[in-house]
Design a protein around this ligand. Structure first.
Ligand SMILES: [Zn+2]
Length: 73
């Protein structure tokens, strides 16, 4: 019998809300996700991907709602 073992590294990408910290798993991939896939993954999980003062912010759907209401009142 002959065997060999290999260690497989995987990367789990999780988007985190910049307001409440709620996390959501986007995907697990053999290599870390690039910018576009991270953006698309956030949007697919109903997280925002907006630029604010030169940095990108992710907000979960609940915090987007709260921010929208705060703007309107
Ligand atoms: Zn949130």
């Amino acid at each position: 019998m002959s065997y060999r073992s290999e260690e497989i590294t995987k990367y789990k990408t999780i988007v985190k809300c910049d307001d409440c910290g709620r996390e959501r798993e986007i995907s697990t991939t053999p290599t870390p996700l690039g910018f576009d896939n991270r953006m698309n993954g956030a949007l697919q999980n109903r997280y925002s991907f907006t630029q604010e003062g030169g940095v990108f912010k992710n907000y979960c759907s609940r915090c987007q709602e709260i921010r929208r209401e705060a703007k309107e009142s």
